[in-house]
Design a protein around this ligand. Structure first.
Ligand SMILES: Nc1ncnc2c1ncn2[C@@H]1O[C@H](COP(=O)(O)OP(=O)(O)OP(=O)(O)O)[C@@H](O)[C@H]1O
Length: 230
């Protein structure tokens, strides 16, 4: 279980998440919607240990997270993988696709070409694409590489933050199918964040909505707390 308890996140003086509690169980796909700016990506970054909340706690399978970003213990950090909407912001432009997919394995000190090739095949990347760099492939091909990279260390939780928003229908369907197959074979928990109600209707086993925005920058709000509905 990925569990946040009473987390508060502020950007400057603005409170975006106010004492929010939330659980992502293993084994299912939870679809998360909510109006633009309500804090969905902020929550995703907290769950991936990339953003330290001002207050509250996060636990991963019962282990409380005490360090954030690079200070999070590797064993915890690699339990949760995050996929963004814009793959170009998530990769080193100098690396070849094979190196991008293999990054987590290399960082863990166990490079594994065969695993990289197998994952590339699963996400539908042909061998000729693996030697290319990000500027030589399409957004969809790069997102496929990012998904393969996210799966290399077999995370227990996968946070898909508008993962397929910029992509054509067939790439979207393929990536969702890869995530579902991964979920089926490993029992991972998936958080699917999207504005696309049709996609969430098809993809998610359960749904939740983050609603209520914080106050505009610099102005106090009588009720900045997002409300959680499921
Ligand atoms: N690094 C930051 N510094 C300051 N404000 C930020 C930062 N990141 C996000 N915000 C603000 O916090 C609020 C929540 O942003 P967030 O990206 O979490 O919302 P969201 O629900 O994912 O929005 P969308 O659906 O449009 O992607 C927004 O008003 C945004 O402008």
């Amino acid at each position: 279980m990925l569990r946040v308890r009473e987390i508060t996140v502020r950007y400057g003086r603005r409170t975006v998440l106010d004492r929010l509690s939330f659980e992502l169980p293993p084994g299912g796909v939870l679809g998360l919607g909510g109006p633009s700016g309500c804090g969905k990506s902020t929550l995703a970054r907290v769950l991936a240990m990339m953003l330290r909340p001002a207050a509250g706690s996060l636990s991963v399978d019962g282990v409380e997270v005490r360090g954030w970003r690079q200070r999070a213990p590797r064993g915890l950090r690699t339990r949760v993988a995050l996929l963004y909407q814009q793959p170009r912001l998530a990769v080193d432009p100098k690396l070849r696709l094979s190196e991008i997919i293999g990054e987590p394995l290399a960082a863990a000190g166990r490079p594994d070409r065969e695993r990289v090739a197998a994952l590339a095949g699963e996400v539908g990347l042909t061998g000729d694409l693996l030697t290319r760099r990000p500027h030589e492939v399409s957004d969809g091909q790069l997102q496929r590489a990012c998904l393969a990279r996210a799966l290399t260390l077999e995370p227990g939780y996968l946070i898909c933050d508008e993962m397929t928003t910029m992509l054509d229908a067939s790439t979207q369907a393929h990536l969702v199918a890869v995530v579902n197959a991964y979920r089926d074979s490993t029992g991972a928990g998936v958080l699917a964040i999207s504005h696309d109600q049709v996609l969430l209707d098809r993809w998610a086993d359960s749904r939740a909505e983050l609603s209520g925005a914080g106050s505009p920058p610099g102005t106090p709000s009588p009720s900045p707390a997002p409300r959680w509905r499921s």
